[in-house]
Design a protein around this ligand. Structure first.
Ligand code: NAP
Length: 263
């Protein structure tokens, strides 16, 4: 049982759907005050409404994390509405597919702007408020793609997710004097709107490659984020936690044997 998050101010970027929505709902359940961030206010508002309807505290905020002014406004909004910032979940990310031979620097830039620059800008904007707490938490949503595995047509994405881990290690050192921890969750294939958009065939192939025989849920990831944000994780920094149902395990394509369902 983790120490309750009652009254903690938590920012979740990319929280209008998918993994970010799961993270926001989970923090709402455990009593945090959640700033639900995405570029479209009406989508963020739906998730904030879900949290408040369940008895939690949440506010929607529209920001493009790749824009410096938006990131600063996001941090200011959390401080003004929720009295500071205890936890930043830098989760917003995009994962378009583009063959390397056709990739333009616009394709590359769009991915880097959200996934890498967005991480930098979100952290930089939240730093004064996180430092003031002397126990701030930064949790990044990276991926197994890049840091551990490779996927064709996702070179820009894989590079961006590895970049987040390099950032994490250097930032963890730099921010340790303020007792800010920086950690990352590395999801495998998680059933989200974004993933569904890759097509039914893609999803079926992914499912077949997971030893635990299912895609992850957004709450599988949210629970790992919650741990990194907790008081119990105070001595854990610059670590990455793979949450993938064993997806990266099979050697040479060797899957675990099929078993009968327990009756
Ligand atoms: P998703 O379902 O497509 O949702 C993405 C969220 O990010 C939406 O709320 C979107 O809302 C927001 N967003 C996108 N660009 C943004 C920007 N520039 N500024 C602010 N918000 C922005 O994605 P997901 O599958 O949940 O993925 C979330 C994170 O998990 C990403 O970092 C991704 O790399 C990582 N991940 C996902 C999987 C997976 O299997 N799903 C696996 C590994 C890692 P708006 O469009 O309204 O801004």
């Amino acid at each position: 049982m983790l120490t309750p998050m009652t009254g903690r101010s938590v920012i979740v970027t990319g929280a209008s759907k998918g993994i970010g929505r799961g993270i926001a709902l989970r923090f709402g359940e455990v009593g945090a005050k959640v700033l639900v961030v995405s570029r479209r206010l009406e989508d963020a508002a739906k998730v904030a409404d879900e949290i408040t309807a369940a008895g939690g505290i949440a506010l929607p905020f529209a920001a493009d994390v790749g824009r410096e002014a938006d990131a600063r406004a996001m941090a200011d909004a959390a401080v003004a509405a929720h009295g500071g910032i205890d936890v930043l979940c830098a989760n917003a990310g995009i994962y378009p597919t583009t063959p390397l031979a056709e990739m333009t620097m616009d394709d590359y830039g769009r991915v880097m702007d959200t996934n890498v620059k967005g991480t930098f800008l979100s952290v930089i904007a939240c730093l004064p408020a996180l430092k003031a707490k002397r126990k701030g938490r930064i949790v990044l949503t990276s991926s197994i793609t890049g840091p551990i595995t490779g996927v064709p047509y996702m070179t820009h994405y894989a590079a961006s997710k590895s970049a987040q881990l390099g950032f994490m290690r250097a930032a963890a050192l730099e921010l340790a004097p303020w007792r800010i921890t920086v950690n990352a969750v590395l999801p495998g294939n998680i059933m989200t709107e974004g993933l569904a958009g890759l097509g039914a065939d893609h999803v079926a192939t992914m499912e077949a490659s997971v030893p635990l025989r299912r895609l992850g849920t957004v709450f599988d990831i949210a629970n790992a984020v919650l741990y990194f944000a907790s008081d119990e994780a105070a001595y854990v920094t610059a670590q990455s936690l793979v949450v993938d149902g064993g997806q990266i395990l099979p050697e040479g394509g060797m899957m675990a044997p099929e078993v009968e369902e327990a009756g």
